[in-house]
Design a protein. Structure first.
Length: 153
């Protein structure tokens, strides 16, 4: 029994002191693709969801974050891992879901067979008098964080 316990305890030490393990570079918040609130439900804020929580918890958002501006439609379909709502390649790819009273919609826009924009809309109490909805956009590190002129405030 003691041998088994000591073997189990020694395994993490082997990995801890292994010289072959390379340190991963630290990624700053300025270097990574991020989800930015474009229109909130409450004075430019989203009262029911944060970008951090969406990025960690929503598979569809993780897919949107992995898509790059150079990706074509096939690459986007592969990275998203979900079937889009419509098969027409001349339109943006869209994914929608309705679960109880929660609504989500992800959209990837294209121009010249390359991604131009990625958005994610989330609503709670969908189609109810107390509906709250927030629109997010995926931004590359080089993009300025400015309001989207196509969204009415």
């Amino acid at each position: 029994m003691k041998k088994a316990i000591s073997l189990i305890l020694s395994i993490p030490l082997i990995f801890l002191f292994d010289n072959k393990v390379q340190a991963q570079p630290v990624e700053s918040s300025y270097d990574r693709t991020k989800l930015v609130l474009v229109k909130g439900d409450n004075n430019n804020s989203c009262s029911f969801m944060s970008a951090d929580l969406l990025e960690r918890a929503a598979d569809i958002v993780q897919g949107l974050l992995s898509v790059t501006p150079l990706d074509n439609e096939q690459q986007v379909r592969y990275k998203m891992r979900f079937a889009p709502d419509q098969p027409n390649a001349h339109n943006p790819l869209e994914w929608t879901a309705l679960a109880q009273r929660n609504y989500t919609k992800a959209v990837v826009y294209f121009s010249n067979n390359a991604v131009t924009r990625r958005t994610f809309t989330m609503a709670i109490n969908y189609n109810q008098p107390n509906q709250k909805q927030c629109l997010w956009e995926v931004r590359q590190p080089s993009q300025r964080l400015e309001a989207d002129p196509s969204v009415s405030q």
